[in-house]
Design a protein around this ligand. Structure first.
Ligand SMILES: NC(=O)c1ccc[n+]([C@@H]2O[C@H](COP(=O)([O-])OP(=O)(O)OC[C@H]3O[C@@H](n4cnc5c(N)ncnc54)[C@H](OP(=O)(O)O)[C@@H]3O)[C@@H](O)[C@H]2O)c1
Length: 247
């Protein structure tokens, strides 16, 4: 049986790492972990392998979503090695929240919007060669305009860049869905839930969301369900664990 090739951006930590760990525990995948730092990727792959759960093929590839030359090189390598791609998971992001607005917005948009757009453009021809292609955008409930309009909405200082970048990402995904659904591309926007992460900062308090954040393996389980066809009725929509968000 041919293995399903899955490429994950930002796979050395958090949700991307958990997804690589979970998918690689099935014999049906070739999981390509990508990231901007090869040493971090190598270390992450070694930790996954040390768990003894790996059943699939697992490889690493340098891909910095803010550097087009690395995106192009990674796409070329996947084309040469596999000829196609079955699942693209645009997961890498920055949660930058610094006072300087120009830098904050520029960095957030470079990583969270322009990066995924370029990654999708580079890999889409390979996805369209798959018999059952999936394009996932890992977004966030805080990128929902509908939720932002509610008075009770969650708020943090300097959150404008992250939240608006995720709303823009949702639009990119929607445009990809409308443009390519006839060619069989299944696009999903996925909100992984509030889980342990480096996005909020590197202290233990920030990583654990002041003790409130869940296990990224829960997000990985949601993503696995999407790519294994358990959420087909929600294709083109903004899915989370228990349903769909309004945009
Ligand atoms: N955790 C949550 O509660 C939560 C909630 C809602 C949505 N999300 C979304 O879930 C996704 C994953 O976040 P996470 O929580 O797993 O955060 P994380 O632990 O900080 O992981 C983010 C990953 O993105 C990578 N990355 C950052 N800039 C990159 C670049 N220029 N090129 C390639 N990779 C880059 C990071 O690599 P480095 O290690 O090199 O920085 C890291 O591997 C994001 O899209 C985030 O917005 C998370």
């Amino acid at each position: 049986m041919a293995l399903r090739t899955v490429l994950i951006t930002g796979a050395n930590s958090g949700v991307g790492y958990a997804t690589a760990t979970l998918l690689s525990s099935f014999p049906t995948y070739h999981v390509i972990m990508t990231g901007r730092s090869l040493p971090k990727l190598q270390a992450a792959k070694q930790v996954i392998e040390a768990t003894g759960t790996v059943q699939s093929q697992l490889s690493i590839l340098h891909l910095d979503v803010t550097d087009l030359s690395t995106i192009t090189a990674a796409a070329k390598q996947v084309e040469e090695q596999h000829g196609h791609l079955d699942v693209l998971i645009n997961n890498a992001a920055t949660g930058i929240r610094i006072p300087d607005m120009q830098t904050r917005l520029t960095e957030a948009y470079k990583t969270n919007v322009i990066g995924p757009a370029l990654v999708s453009e580079a890999f889409r021809p390979l996805l369209l060669k798959s018999a059952n292609p999936y394009s996932l955008y890992i977004s966030s409930g805080v990128g929902s305009i509908n939720l932002a309009m509610k008075k009770s909405a969650y708020k943090m200082q300097y959150e404008d860049a992250y939240r608006s970048s995720k709303a823009a990402l949702n639009m990119l995904a929607t445009l990809e869905y409308t443009d390519f659904k006839e060619q069989g591309l299944k696009v999903f926007v996925v909100s992984p839930g509030f889980v342990v992460s480096n996005l909020r900062g590197t202290s233990e308090e920030e990583r654990s969301g002041w003790g409130q954040a869940g296990d990224p393996m829960g997000s990985a389980e949601l993503i696995r369900g999407v790519v294994e066809g358990e959420r087909e009725e929600d294709v083109g929509r903004f899915v989370w664990k228990e349903g769909v968000y309004e945009w």
